[in-house]
Design a protein around this ligand. Sequence first.
Ligand code: FAD
Length: 325
Amino acid sequence: MKNIDKYRGVLVFIKKEQDTFVKNNLGLISLGRVIADELETKLSAILAGDSLGDLPDKLRSYGVDIVYTVDNPMLKRYSTFYYQKIVCDLLKESNPEIVLFCSDDVGMDLAPRVACEFQTGLSAHCMELKTDKKSRQLLQICPYFDHMATILTNTRPQIATIQVGAKKDLIRKDNRKGKIIDVVPDFENQNVKILSVHKKEISDQEKIEEADVIVAVGRGMKNIQLAEELATTLSGVIGATQAVTDADLLSESHMIGQTGKVVQPKLYIACGISGAGQHIVGMQDSGTIVAINTDENAPIFKIADYGIVGDASKVISEILKILKN
Ligand code: FAD
């Protein structure tokens, strides 16, 4: 085991997108603040991108003690090689005991590479993080089949990605005025160059994370067309569980949950979905949750605001009739 005493502090990875922070990053900072306070240590953030403007200052106002800024034109678009280099170089300098990323596309790409470079563990898609003050261990709580597992890492740094959608209540301003340290990246030996970028057209369906209404289908929903009709009638989009995308009934872009997308619509209608932990982590922050299931003991009813026990196709047909009238 590495000499773990030389590692101190919590570091969060923050990404710039257009002129602001990537969605959910403020939740990550606030969570990092809570953990740093529990361990009586400092919270640092690495903010990378180009033309960072006043974003470093804004970060300080959310309770970051040290903001490391890497402002470079090469960081305009996310590129694994450049981002891995700046994060790993900084970790070698600052030796944090805990490093946190959002469970988003960037976090899921970057965190395993950083963990691999440091030969340390990574807990992906955590739902909750706690600390054991005495041992300075990070308790990384993730869904594991039908249970929640608590993972401990005996190497340093302890690295985790977290679904921060669920932590939005944590976000709060903090008056401390932390330091801003500009880091000059060393990209000399980086031989990857982006020559051109071809933007993929994103359909409304693929922007499922931004939808106000989601009609989500699970294995128990036999008539997906009907669910699509309801989604269209409510100006919403269609979501799915892994059981449905694995069966190729809908594409993976519809999948919601631990492996899929994290959504927060105003209305989430779950049709024939049991409510496995891996699905719940992706939708539990929805405004109003309506669940339709034939099994009155289905776990989805525990988090639903309204539950309807019945055949999902029949129930949706009735709802459509009412809406059309
Ligand atoms: P089931 O669990 O089979 O549930 C079907 C439900 O339909 C049942 O509750 C049943 O009572 C009900 N039903 C049956 N007939 C009807 C009817 N006629 N009308 C109404 N209800 C009916 N899953 C995800 O969704 N997203 C993820 O991101 C994800 N990531 C995973 C990651 C890992 C590492 C692992 C191990 C699993 C992951 N899973 C994920 C899978 C997850 O564990 C569940 O298997 C999956 O969510 C179950 O999907 P389901 O609810 O559609 O199917």
